[in-house]
Write a protein that binds this ligand. Structure first.
Ligand code: FAD
Ligand code: NAI
Length: 468
């Protein structure tokens, strides 16, 4: 086995494995080092895939025990076999991670299982999982080491009672009362899983709103829907400590702005206050690789660090911590290293929260446009006026299209609604092609589909929605 490579990728998450495959497709000799025993990174092992498996299973349960009755279906004796649900999730993870092994074989990417350290220009030293070390020589190195859970000062995550997302994906029982710290994506997705399965869920959020960064109107309506589903929100509140007792947990909270504290009793707590780049033990300081002010690997617009031959992508660098952003960066850097012109359009990166209903957004929010002083027009259409959503009795939410007042170019699309995650792809394609709201409005959309609401919202930009 040769130890000379054109490219060594460190980390086999969506950034790293996609980069390795694309580089190999372009004729480079590639190794991908991964310290886990399976490929796929956070996303496939403890992130996107297992969380979506549990969201799917818990949604089926919620349908069977709730919404289905509205459709004339009576499901009797519906029970949860949590152990089996967990095996279903694990099988999904296994199938996906094995899929990457297959893709590596097919594309002749060599996986190297062990912990990598950059040992100087063009050298990666791997402490192999099977024992021993192996030194790989590389013309270029791509750091794709991802991110890790952000700790909450003073709270020890034991992954049993006080869990991160990783522990929350494998709880041994349905909590009676799950306290979630952080009303972000993880808190609301995994909070939904356990709420649907029967837990009381209280979300404590430092800010006075949920899902910061998302269009405020969407966030407000989303919060209302989650409240209807049983979520209890304590906004503008911080957790100051969690004490373990014989019967569970005592969570101390305080108003974020100061004032009298309170204690909330729960049996499980999920800490979900963000993630931070993971570069521990990589030898970056010794290699002279600069970090930015937030502990991320600093790169230029072409993913290059300040050290020749060392690049970085994905959660380890600036930008949204999303699998598809990491993947697109993986493709772009592979193409750049193969002499092509790889590129990522950061203005058009969709974001989806896979709750029910889903939240999906792409482009600028109203708040961002206001702050940038850009004049815009809003077109909005509620799903309560969409035939398909109405007949499905899943009509919560709306589509909002934001267009430049002067040129009509679409600047942002924000959707709260069933299947919003699939619908947002249309908006992303439109924006990638520089579409105007009129372009979407004049595109024939199949009837009866939820996506007609996107067309209607685009029509509403010009105040000519048809079904409202
Ligand atoms: P990672 O996926 O974190 O992969 C990095 C890999 O590098 C890891 O496997 C790690 O073991 C390895 N590594 C690190 N250091 C070394 C070393 N020194 N040597 C060898 N290997 C090393 N994003 C979405 O877009 N959609 C979702 O639905 C979604 N759901 C999520 C749900 C949860 C619960 C979580 C936690 C995250 C979710 N994300 C989601 C975010 C997504 O998982 C990340 O954005 C994505 O995995 C980042 O990819 P990456 O390749 O940069 O890093
Ligand atoms: P997040 O950044 O989405 O949300 C964290 C929340 O915690 C914020 O609302 C923040 O104000 C709040 N917070 C911070 N400190 C706090 C404190 N001390 N007390 C109370 N609240 C506090 O982070 P989250 O949910 O942990 O997710 C991490 C990342 O993982 C996200 O940035 C996202 O990119 C990615 N992810 C993506 C998913 C998707 O695309 N569907 C699903 C899950 C995760």
């Amino acid at each position: 086995m040769s130890d000379q490579f054109d490219l060594v990728v460190i980390g086999a998450g969506p950034g790293g494995y996609v980069c390795a495959i694309r580089a190999a497709q372009l004729g480079l000799k590639v190794a991908c080092v991964e310290k886990r025993t399976t490929l796929g990174g956070t996303c496939l092992n403890i992130g996107c895939i297992p969380s979506k498996a549990l969201l799917h299973a818990s949604e089926m349960y919620a349908e069977a025990t709730g919404h289905m009755a509205d459709l004339g279906i009576t499901a009797k004796d519906v029970t949860i076999d949590l152990k089996k649900m967990m095996s279903f999730k694990d099988e999904g993870v296994d199938g996906n991670t094995k899929g990457i092994e297959f893709l590596f074989k097919k594309n002749k990417v060599e996986p190297v299982y062990g912990t990598a350290k950059i040992a100087g220009a063009g050298k990666v030293e791997v402490a192999l999982n099977e024992g021993g070390t192996r030194t790989l020589e590389a013309k270029n190195i791509v750091i794709a080491t991802g991110s890790d859970v952000m700790p909450l000062p003073g709270v020890e995550i034991d992954e049993k009672r006080i869990v991160s997302s990783t522990g929350a994906l494998s709880l041994p029982e349905v909590p009676k009362h799950l306290l979630v710290v952080g009303a972000g994506v993880i808190g609301l997705e995994l909070g939904s899983v356990w709420a649907r399965l029967g837990a009381k869920v209280t979300v404590v959020e430092f800010l006075d709103r949920i899902i910061p960064g998302t269009d405020a109107e969407v966030a407000k309506q989303f919060q209302r829907v989650l409240k209807k589903q049983g979520f209890d929100f304590k906004l503008g509140t911080k957790v100051t400590g969690i004490e373990k007792t014989k019967s569970g947990l005592k969570v101390s909270v305080e108003p974020a702005k100061g004032g009298d504290g309170d204690v909330i009793e729960a049996d499980y707590a999920l800490v979900a206050i963000g993630r931070r780049p993971y570069t521990e033990g990589l030898g970056l300081a010794e290699a002279g690789v600069e970090m930015d002010e937030r502990g991320r690997v600093a790169t230029d617009a072409h993913f290059k660090t300040n050290v020749d031959g060392i690049y970085a992508i994905g959660d380890a660098i600036a930008g949204p911590m999303l699998a598809h952003k990491a993947e697109d960066e993986g493709v772009a850097i592979a193409e750049i290293l193969a002499g092509q012109s790889g590129h990522v359009n950061y203005d058009v990166i969709p974001g989806v929260i896979y709750t029910a209903p889903e939240v999906a957004t792409v482009g600028k929010t109203e708040e961002e446009l206001k702050e940038a002083g850009i004049d815009y027009t809003v077109g909005k259409f509620p799903f309560s006026a969409n035939g398909r959503a109405k007949v499905n009795k899943q009509a919560d939410g709306f589509v909002k299209v934001l267009a430049d007042s002067r040129t009509d170019r679409v600047l942002g699309v924000h959707i709260l609604g069933m299947d919003a995650g699939n619908m947002i792809a249309e908006a992303a394609v439109a924006m990638e092609f520089g579409a105007s709201a009129e372009d979407i409005a004049r595109t024939c959309h199949a009837h009866p589909t939820l996506s007609e609401a996107v067309k209607e919202a685009a029509l509403a930009v010009d105040k000519r929605a048809l079904h409202m």
